[in-house]
Design a protein around this ligand. Structure first.
Ligand code: BGC
Length: 723
């Protein structure tokens, strides 16, 4: 029988919730609204667990301890209510897949669903019930370290990926026999932090909130996510974890959603630091009134909420509603029937071969080839000398990236190991680090230059360590740390064909590196199969297919830079030409407007040719369907996957509109010489925007459509939306 969705109506469950609530003290109800991490004595007989003072946990990974806590909760607490065990399973549990930003570059929804399912499989086997993911925050600022955790800058791509991840996490039939609930985060607009600094203030028009930042959350909830996490940031002065407009008006009223709202870590207590709450009691009252059901970690609820209710500052009905939602989720998860897991499962499942095979596929599809001059790639290794250089070439931790959960450096195949395994029997492989990751000395450069000079090809592996992106890891400079750029320059200056492999958690501003090298492969933080996957691509066993889910800037001063920027009154056309150079246009004196690499861009060893664009519906009604057809031919000599992208521009509207917006995409495999005729069906309802009166409208008039291999190029046509 198919599982019920967590928010589906179920009178029997509702009756059970009412029955439980009627027997609970105020403190026990608030216990359900309390989440904590592991603390000394948590598995003891007299712990918050047995007192019914804890509803859920975070950051507890030890399966034996989880089982012990669950057993005590069920057998020794007064009401026998199990815990929900929540954890950050962001890109894998033990088998680490590429960071989400990397995986988004695959644009492969089936793959993304499969990796999410496998992460859920491992997490569930180890005792986790609740995955604090997907992170669906749109991010258009590479300085923000958490850009690594999301799906990039575009709401349409982000929505599709959010749905795939929720489907994967909440899959049926996990080996543990339990279910997982997903938690899209961080609600909302966390990625719009001013100056790319984590936790920073967000000032955002409601139009942008509705058109760009909210849709991925709605998509995740429509797909059945049973919970949501309220963010740290404020939005136009109101902290997200005390924001009744987002948490009640939008979430409960407009979206009619009945799942659980969990605060981000300590976000309730931080209302004091935001300067909107006088003390913890005030913070607790504001959060619960705004609609936060569970306080993650700040102790404002467990320590102050009961007194506030007794003093009449908060109605007990609000407590019943919040605790009731938590109980309902526990019942829907089946925790009352099964709270513990079979501890022997982890040994069989975690990091098993099948999971690693998927990690390899995911890493291959996530990597993006950004430059390939002089056919530097793929490398034909037979009889060659290959110099593998750079501080990350044999680095075991960097490939894991941020939030690598139970991932272990020992599980990682480094880039060097992957290259050796693929080519050591055919080629001579020399390895020289050249410098350390954050070094400011050039001491090792001579050896690196020597090795490169002696080689037929140099592969330089550079970038960021695992902990340079993720929460609180913001950067003001987006070049390669330390002297790595000098190293790349020195190696390339030898004249030996030079390939850079970039391990990174964010888009970097590296124009000099991109200029110096013959080939540039962005591997992101690719997970445990880093080396195998990179070698697959470097030697042509696999064909690169990833396309950027985020724009690479030329300079930090261009940020925020994203393809879907709005039209200005003084657009600078024809960059690089005389026209572009005319003054009083929207441009910089000292840098181009264009990015280093645009959204949607990525090269292949195949050559895809676009032709015969047809707009099959030159006039579309707002409730109709836009149909577009295009031919894509593989004019190369290897089979490849192309990600075909459709962008639309609303030419004249009541408000300024983006110069283009992604509306559809297809990932297709095309054999050499083959032409694929592709049809896209785009609901005209998706072509609208939030107008000045905050209504979503599809306005009649002329639209342009661009179909091509990236946001920056393609065949162009037009159509009308007619009433
Ligand atoms: C992060 C969340 C995470 C939570 C629990 C917070 O600091 O912002 O993304 O889920 O910690 O670890």
């Amino acid at each position: 029988m198919a599982h019920k969705r967590y928010t589906d109506p179920d009178p029997a469950i509702d009756a059970k919730v009412a029955e439980l609530l009627s027997g609970m003290s105020l403190e026990e109800k608030i216990g359900q609204m309390t989440q904590r991490g592991m603390a000394p004595g948590m598995t003891d007989k007299h712990s918050p667990v047995t007192k019914g003072a804890l509803g859920s946990t975070l950051g507890v990974f030890d399966t034996a301890k989880i089982n012990e806590m669950q057993r005590r909760a069920v057998e020794e607490s007064r009401l026998g209510i199990p815990l929900i065990v929540g954890n950050d399973v962001i890109h894998g549990y033990r088998t680490i897949f590429p960071i989400p930003l990397g995986e988004a570059c695959s644009w492969d929804l089936d793959l993304i669903e499969r990796t999410a399912r496998m992460a859920a499989e491992e997490a569930s086997a180890a005792g986790t019930d609740w995955i604090f993911a997907p992170m669906v925050d749109i991010a258009r600022d590479g300085r923000w370290g958490r850009i690594a955790e999301g799906s990039g800058e575009d709401p349409v791509l982000d929505c599709a990926i959010a749905r795939a991840r929720v489907r994967g996490y909440q899959s049926e039939g996990l080996a543990s026999g339990k279910r997982i609930v997903a938690c899209p985060k961080h609600f909302v607009a966390y990625g719009a932090a001013e100056s790319g600094k984590d936790y920073n203030t967000v000032d955002l028009s409601e139009n942008l909130l509705r058109d760009v930042y909210l849709p991925p959350f709605l998509a995740a909830l429509e797909e059945g996510a049973g919970s949501i996490m309220s963010a740290f940031n404020d939005i136009n002065g109101v902290p997200a974890s005390a924001n009744s407009f987002t948490l009640r008006t939008i979430l409960r009223e407009e979206w009619d959603w009945s799942g659980v709202v969990l605060s981000d870590a300590h976000a309730v207590g931080e209302l004091i630091d935001h300067g909107v709450a006088a003390d913890y009691e005030d913070a607790a009252c504001q959060a619960v009134t705004a609609g936060v059901d569970i306080d993650m970690g700040s102790a404002a609820y467990p320590d102050h909420l009961a007194a506030a209710v007794r003093a009449g500052k908060v109605s007990e009905t609000l407590i019943d509603e919040a605790a009731g939602r938590v109980l309902r989720l526990k019942l829907m998860l089946g925790l009352f029937e099964q709270a513990t897991v079979d501890e022997s499962l982890t040994a069989r499942l975690l990091g098993c071969r099948e999971h690693r095979t998927l990690a390899r596929e995911a890493a291959v599809k996530s990597m993006v080839l950004l430059k390939n001059d002089r056919d530097a790639l793929p490398i034909k290794p037979a009889g060659k000398t290959i110099a593998v250089i750079g501080p990350l070439a044999d680095h075991r931790r960097a490939p894991l990236g941020c939030w690598h959960c139970d991932g272990r450096p020992d599980d990682v195949t480094t880039i060097l190991e992957g290259i050796r395994a693929a080519a050591a029997d055919k080629a001579r492989i020399i390895h020289i680090a050249g410098c350390g990751l954050g070094d400011d000395e050039h001491d090792g450069f001579d050896d690196a230059i020597h090795a490169a000079s002696d080689a037929d090809v140099a592969i330089v592996v550079v970038g960021e360590d695992a902990d340079m992106s993720g929460e609180a890891q913001c950067r003001a400079y987006l070049g390669l740390p330390g002297v790595q750029e000098d190293l790349v320059e020195a190696v390339a200056a030898t004249g030996t064909p030079t390939v850079a492999v970039l391990l990174t958690g964010r888009p970097l501003a590296i124009p000099t590196v991109a200029e110096d090298v013959d080939a540039l492969l962005v591997a992101w933080h690719p997970g445990v199969e880093a080396g195998t996957a990179a070698a697959d691509l470097l030697f042509g066993k696999a064909n690169p297919s990833g396309k950027l889910a985020v724009t690479f800037p030329r300079a930090v001063g261009q940020i925020p830079i994203y393809y879907a920027h709005r039209s200005t009154g003084r657009p600078a056309h024809g960059e690089g030409t005389e026209d572009w150079n005319k003054p009083y246009k929207s441009r910089y004196r000292d840098e181009w407007n264009s990015p280093l690499f645009p959204f949607g861009f990525g090269l292949s060893y195949s050559a895809f040719v676009y032709d015969a664009l047809q707009i099959l519906t030159p006039a579309v009604r707002p409730d109709g369907t836009l149909r577009v057809r295009v031919d894509v031919t593989n004019a190369g000599d290897v089979t490849g996957d192309e990600i075909v992208q459709v962008y639309v521009r609303d030419v004249v509207a009541s408000l300024t509109r983006p110069v283009k917006e992604l509306k559809a995409f297809q990932r297709v495999t095309i054999a050499p010489g083959e032409t694929r005729e592709l049809t896209f069906e785009i609901p005209a309802a998706s072509l609208g925007f939030t107008n000045a009166r905050m209504q979503y409208v599809v306005e009649p008039g002329r639209f342009e459509v661009q179909v091509g291999p990236s946001s920056a190029e393609g065949l162009v046509g037009s159509f009308q939306v007619v009433e």
